[in-house]
Write a protein that binds this ligand. Structure first.
Ligand code: PLP
Length: 267
């Protein structure tokens, strides 16, 4: 038997077209040498264009999934994506308290790439109160940072999110104007790093999930936060450069671009 891979506990929703959500997370975590254990928070109805409906997992069922995983496996990192509602956020916070010292990456998913909402009732408030204090890195995009931080300037939003208790805030720049996409990492001492890259054409479904899951995988493999963020951004950019366009909407990142089977020629 080989040495077991580090386990990443993935807590996320399902996207039937396989671009975002739990499938994105499993692919990124597997591509970076870890094993994903998945607790499903929601079933969504969506295509590569937008989301049309979703059902949040019953809170007791989510709690039972988390208990089953934690009763058996020892996660080396946690990645949280779509949560759905406030009571699920509370159950997730309870599970995280059983994992002291384990790094937690929280992608505060509020809307789908096409603009449809993925959050119900009091989720935003409960997430800020219960999950931010337990998060090692939160990874909002610009609109999520403004919705949660309630400020115009992203640097000010970062301060609000740090004050809510997150150790680090990584605000991705893909939704901001400009030829360069600048993604900035902050902690309580201020801005730690600014990662700039040339904007790629097109829109991608699951890029935020890919980034957050790859940070979690690299943290599970023992990298410090700054290095995990840098390497996860580089991996995510490669997945966007190798994105496929299987449907009628957004492209899907090529998360196994490094595998020989991925290089099938297409037009
Ligand atoms: N999680 C789920 C289940 C989703 O359906 C989506 C978007 O549709 C997301 C997360 C966020 O996706 P992205 O990485 O494109 O921000």
């Amino acid at each position: 038997m080989t040495v077991p891979k580090p386990v990443v506990l993935v807590i996320a929703g399902h996207d039937p077209v396989g671009g975002a959500g739990v499938q994105a997370d499993i692919e990124a975590v597997a591509a970076l040498g870890c094993h994903a254990a998945t607790a499903i928070t929601a079933l969504t109805v969506q295509d590569t264009r937008n989301v049309s409906a979703f059902t949040v997992t019953d809170t007791a069922l989510l709690a039972a999934q988390l208990a089953a995983i934690l009763g058996d496996l020892a996660p080396a990192a946690v990645k949280i994506g779509m949560i759905g509602n406030g009571s699920n956020a509370r159950v997730i916070a309870d599970a995280l308290r059983r994992l002291p010292g384990v790094p937690v990456v929280l992608d505060p998913v509020l809307v789908a790439g096409g603009g449809g909402s993925l959050a119900l009732d009091d989720l935003t408030r409960v997430m800020l109160e219960s999950l931010f204090p337990l998060a090692t890195v939160v990874t909002p995009n610009g609109p999520e940072a403004r919705a949660l931080g309630n400020r115009d300037a992203l640097a000010d939003c970062a301060q609000v999110l740090l004050a809510a208790g997150a150790d680090h805030v990584l605000i991705t720049g893909g939704h901001e104007a400009g030829e360069q996409v600048i993604t900035r990492l902050y902690d309580a001492t201020g801005e730690l790093a600014a990662h700039a890259s040339t904007r790629l054409p097109g829109n991608y479904h699951g890029s935020g999930c890919t980034l957050a899951a790859s940070i979690a995988a690299l943290l599970a493999r023992g990298l410090p936060v700054g290095d995990a963020v840098r390497d996860a951004l580089a991996y995510t950019r490669q997945t966007l450069l190798h994105a496929q366009h299987p449907g009628h909407g957004q492209a899907i990142p090529g998360r196994f671009f490094h595998l020989p089977g991925d290089a099938v020629p297409h037009d």
